[in-house]
Design a protein around this ligand. Structure first.
Ligand code: HEC
Ligand code: HEC
Length: 486
């Protein structure tokens, strides 16, 4: 009897221990696919570059006089669009006035070595510019139009009121990272979840702070079962793609019309191929790297069909066209900066808004499913997408693969950007620790173009992902050579 009781007690203690020791999540979690709408890639490209998914912006003449005129016409657009920068589109507002609205290429295109790549994340974007992102600019524009042109004011107002409400809350600590996640939170906060109508007062609180991200390239999406770094974008992707419309949308009837084009936009995004590495690749070295990759990396990042441009006859490492496992990797395994995924838990009201909104309804609903970790992304075209990790905290692939050499404070030249094709990434300078408080507390005017990446700031950490540390220098070189082939 006593023996039994002791055994039972031991059992209980054992159970308690298992409870305490059980980590929250320690295995990668596969993401199931969800059905997507099909569409016409050419129509999608046209809509993306000339379409009116935003129907408000600055009056055309005011834009040309006050913001920018750009005859380079990289997108080869005609008529009114021919003289404005590729990041903007001239559209007709609902009252017939022509306005210039920002488009997706503001964040999702970049000139690299003299050529514009649509779909490459813009790693030059400047959210430190407190002058351009000053809500007072939108107030001044409103005042000016009130006096000069009431019809243009009407056309511009949805854009101006959004800028007045949110633009002062989008600043990042360094140039080159994006605050789109904050933007989404702020826009949602000012919208009724069903009608999508604007509300001057936020309908839900916006908590936390700006989380910096590095804009991912579009050509990866065709492999992914979920959108965004922490894989929380599930269901219909088109619904997320069109979310920019929240900046100026008037109501859900307009959203429905815009949504009807995003099957085509998705088809276009799916059609984009990663750019090829432009210099010779050492095929023997790349092949060795490919073997190491299969051993150390493929279980998370998948396998790839190509082994190098000069080695086309070699069968792929996986046989066939490669396989991408679509895995979410818990923080306990990847160990990178946790602020991004945590922000989704710290703002349950945002997730709730979305999952009960117009976006989550109808015959192709979307939903948000947060996860305590990040998706292991496909690595196609990885050579051109520096800086690396979800917050762009690591300037080169060499440093991704060797956490000991990652710079704590680093800068790159934004005026004359230079790429390092050996380390694969941006040429950077190690910087001294900024004087206490100098970088963060800089007053608006002094903050423009801040270019020192300080990885000790919350959300900007460059730790974790140490999977390359156990390789020798020679092995790392081989893996980098292999990564150039993807
Ligand atoms: C203000 C900058 C900005 C604008 C404008 C913008 N995006 Fe994004 N986009 C981002 C950022 C940053 C991310 C990554 C956010 C994350 O994963 O946390 C992203 C993610 C995405 C992704 C997901 C990629 C992936 O692999 O998960 C797609 C696709 C996308 N955007 C398409 C669009 C389209 C289409 C438009 C225009 C209708 C658009 N975006 C407008 C900044 C922007
Ligand atoms: C246990 C899963 C896992 C293993 C093993 C792994 N990775 Fe990753 N990797 C990830 C995750 C998750 C991320 C995204 C982390 C983040 O952005 O915070 C990532 C990010 C990356 C990135 C940056 C991607 C970008 O667009 O910024 C590169 C490059 C990379 N991994 C290469 C490798 C290589 C090479 C190996 C093998 C030496 C490897 N990884 C092993 C999970 C893994």
């Amino acid at each position: 009897m006593i023996k039994l009781m002791v055994l039972a007690l031991l059992g209980l203690i054992g159970l308690a221990f298992i409870q305490v020791l059980r980590p929250i999540e320690e295995e990668p979690v596969p993401i199931p696919a969800s059905p997507q709408r099909s569409g016409d890639p050419e129509a999608g490209y046209r809509y993306l570059t000339t379409g009116d998914y935003l129907k408000s912006g600055l009056p055309y003449a005011l834009f040309l006089a006050g913001v920018a005129r750009d005859p380079a016409n990289e997108l080869h657009r005609d008529s009114l669009n021919a003289v404005i920068p590729y990041q903007y589109t001239a559209v007709k507002a609902s009252n017939g006035e022509v306005v210039v609205a920002p488009n997706c290429m503001e964040c999702h295109a970049q000139v690299f070595d003299g050529k514009l790549y649509v779909g490459l994340g813009n790693s030059m974007i400047d959210f430190t510019d407190h002058k351009k992102l000053n809500p007072r600019l939108a107030v001044l524009a409103q005042k000016f139009l009130e006096r000069s042109n009431p019809r243009q004011l009407e056309a511009a107002m949805p854009f101006l009121r959004a800028m007045q409400a949110i633009s002062g809350d989008l600043y990042t600590e360094v140039r080159g990272v994006n605050s789109a996640d904050r933007l989404a939170n702020l826009l949602v906060a000012h919208r009724d979840p069903q009608t999508l109508r604007w509300s001057g007062q936020p309908v839900i609180p916006v908590s936390g702070r700006v989380v910096p991200t590095d804009t991912p390239p579009w050509w990866l999406l065709k492999k992914k079962h979920a959108m965004f770094y922490n894989g929380f974008g599930r269901g219909d992707f088109g619904r997320f793609l069109m979310a920019s419309n929240l900046l100026t949308v008037s109501d859900s009837a307009e959203a429905r019309e815009v949504d009807s084009h995003f099957n085509d936009v998705l088809a276009y995004i799916y059609s984009i191929e990663p750019p090829k590495y432009p210099y010779p690749i050492n095929a023997t070295l790349a092949k060795r790297g490919g073997v190491l990759f299969v051993e150390h990396c493929a279980k998370c990042h998948g396998s790839y069909a190509n082994v190098g441009p000069s080695d086309k006859s070699t069968p792929s490492t996986s046989g066939g066209g490669g396989e991408y496992p679509n895995l979410l990797i818990p923080e306990s395994l990847v160990g990178t900066d946790s602020m991004l995924y945590k922000s989704n838990y710290q703002s349950p009201q945002f997730i709730e808004w979305f999952n009960n909104s117009w976006f989550a309804q109808g015959d192709h609903p979307a939903r948000l499913e947060p996860f305590e970790g990040y998706i292991a992304p496909p690595l196609d075209g990885i050579w051109i997408t520096a800086p690396y990790l979800h917050n762009g905290s690591v300037p080169t692939l060499e440093a991704v693969l060797n956490s000991r050499i990652r710079p704590t404070y680093w800068s790159r030249d934004f005026n004359k950007p230079e790429y390092d094709y050996a380390a694969v990434g941006w040429k950077y300078t190690r910087e001294a620790r900024p004087a206490a408080g100098a970088d963060r507390s800089a007053r608006p005017a002094a903050a423009v173009g801040r270019s020192i990446y300080n990885t000790t700031l919350p959300g900007y950490g460059n730790y974790g992902h140490k999977f390359g540390d156990r390789l020798t220098d020679a092995e790392r070189k081989a893996v980098i050579e292999y990564l150039k082939t993807l």
